[in-house]
Design a protein around this ligand. Structure first.
Ligand code: NAD
Length: 252
């Protein structure tokens, strides 16, 4: 991921910082919706559940400088972070698996924020040939993935037993960014470079939370307005910030 802070040469933003920047963007958009025009770095850091020093370091990657004693202009910061994360670009997404989770993902993620759901695939005969949203794509059989077209991101929300097949088909279709929400650990052929898989498992997150609660109960704080991803309020950085909420693998 590259960004252009100010007019200097492209800066490589570390993966964990990219995930935290996405979280800051979420918080900032909430502030904007609530009519808040300026935010201090401690406020933003608390809302996002990160250490203020980490926040300032992350924001330095996008060339954002707050005004000392005042804070950051929310609208400008949204612009900076959006540009760095390329959220203004439109990315095409293909979704394999339009069951309960797939339909929930369709309803709640991305649309209008730089993602266009361009294709839907499923093997449920009651879904094939239907559309799940006004003007949306028609659900096609899973077998059609490999021949249907090219997308930026493939989302795999099939039943666990079909996940690897969907993955193989996406890779064969040239897709290099995969979001896997099934419990299946996906394998990519060694000869296929540059495939990134992010795996999200809410049950695993619950296990980690309960483990942390047992081992550090005094560190559990109240919630925050970030909505996602931050577990602890306080002066120390959380042991697991947004950046580590996913399992990510990449073929070389
Ligand atoms: N990441 C997470 O935290 C999380 C949470 C819940 C579930 N999951 C996983 O997500 C995946 C999808 O879960 P779900 O709740 O959407 O499952 P689901 O049973 O609603 O759908 C799974 C798949 O089976 C298909 N299907 C359902 N009925 C069918 C039928 N009669 N004939 C043919 N196909 C049919 C669906 O259309 C879909 O493709 C699973 O792998 C599950 O383990 C992940």
């Amino acid at each position: 991921m590259t960004a252009l802070p100010d007019d200097s040469a492209p800066t490589r933003i570390p993966g964990p910082a990219v995930a935290r920047l996405a979280l800051y963007l979420h918080v900032l958009r909430n502030y904007s919706l609530r009519g808040i025009a300026v935010v201090s770095s401690p406020q933003l850091a608390t809302a996002a559940g990160v250490n203020p020093a980490i926040l300032r370091k992350d924001l330095s990657y996008v060339g954002a400088n707050g005004v000392r004693g005042v804070g950051y202009d929310v609208a400008k910061l949204i612009g900076r972070v959006s540009m760095a994360l390329h959220t203004d670009d439109t990315h095409t997404v293909a979704l394999a698996g339009t069951g309960r989770l797939g339909q929930a993902l369709l309803a709640h993620t991305g649309i209008g924020r730089g993602f266009t759901v361009a294709a839907l695939f499923d093997d449920d005969p009651t879904l094939i040939g239907t559309t799940l949203s006004d003007g949306g794509p028609v659900v096609a059989p899973l077998d059609a993935i490999a021949v249907a077209g090219h997308w930026d991101i493939g989302v795999i929300a099939t039943g666990d037993e079909r996940a690897q097949q969907a993955c193989d088909a996406f890779v064969a279709a040239g897709v290099r960014q995969l979001l896997n929400v099934t419990a299946t650990t996906l394998h990519i052929p060694d000869q296929t470079p540059g495939v990134v898989i992010r795996q999200v498992d809410l049950a695993l997150e619950l296990q980690v939370l309960s483990f942390q609660a047992m081992h550090a109960p005094d560190r559990l704080g109240v919630g925050n307005d970030a909505g996602t991803g931050s577990e602890v309020n306080g002066s120390k950085p959380p042991r697991r910030a947004a950046a580590t909420r996913y399992r990510e693998t990449m073929t070389s």
